[in-house]
Design a protein around this ligand. Structure first.
Ligand SMILES: Cc1cc2nc3c(=O)[nH]c(=O)nc-3n(C[C@H](O)[C@H](O)[C@H](O)COP(=O)(O)O)c2cc1C
Length: 187
């Protein structure tokens, strides 16, 4: 039986990097993990309801795009909140609003607060991480929109530079706490 399921969505790779870092930390503590990417095109075809029962814990990570967590994750949570409420579960959100110290906690990040108030799922552990600004990856329209949002919120509008805001110490600390929660006897 796999110890822990790590489910995530990622459009530009930052949530994937965060989840991979958490997975590496869990594996280093001999915790067995399955790390799975959810995408809108392949919404969990690889996992049946029966498969889910094999796991004793699940950690879900999702980035924000235009004010919403990516659809594949929202759909998964909506369809499986009963199961999620019955096992050890955690959730983290990745967004650029969280680059601001006054917007980077469970109590202060608007996307996280809204998600937790709407989905009918109360994860046991919750975190929010600042993501990255990757102008070099964005197609024209997205680049323009993000530039506008950055201008409105006092961020960088220089499209020649990508900026990673993720606090990796915060990620490592969360991985540590999650490991202790799902496997209290792990090193
Ligand atoms: C098209 C687009 C829309 C975004 N919309 C928001 C937003 O509404 N609020 C926010 O805080 N961050 C927003 N972001 C920032 C992303 O959440 C951030 O870049 C994150 O690192 C993306 O994660 P990913 O690389 O795993 O896809 C947006 C980014 C893009 C590219």
């Amino acid at each position: 039986m796999a110890q822990s399921l790590l489910l995530y969505a990622s459009h530009d790779g930052q949530t994937a990097r965060i989840m991979s870092s958490i997975a590496a930390e869990l594996r280093a503590k001999n915790i067995e993990v399955d790390q799975l990417l959810l995408s809108a095109n392949a919404p969990l075809r690889q996992l049946t309801a029966e498969d889910l029962l094999e796991y004793s814990s699940v950690l879900i990570g999702a980035p924000i795009r235009y004010g919403r967590h990516m659809t594949a994750i929202q759909r998964f949570v909506g369809e499986n909140h009963n199961w999620l409420n019955q096992i050890k579960s955690g959730f983290f959100s990745v967004n650029l609003t969280a680059r601001k110290p006054e917007r980077n906690s469970r109590e202060t990040n608007p996307y996280l607060k809204r998600m937790l108030s709407q989905v009918g799922w109360q994860p046991d552990m919750v975190e929010v991480f600042a993501g990255s600004l990757q102008y070099s990856r964005y197609p024209f329209y997205d680049r323009l929109m993000i530039q506008l949002i950055m201008k409105m919120t006092g961020g960088s509008t220089d499209t020649s530079k990508d900026i990673e805001y993720t606090d990796w110490n915060k990620v490592n600390d969360f991985a540590d706490r999650w490991a202790k929660y799902i496997a209290p006897s792990a090193p």
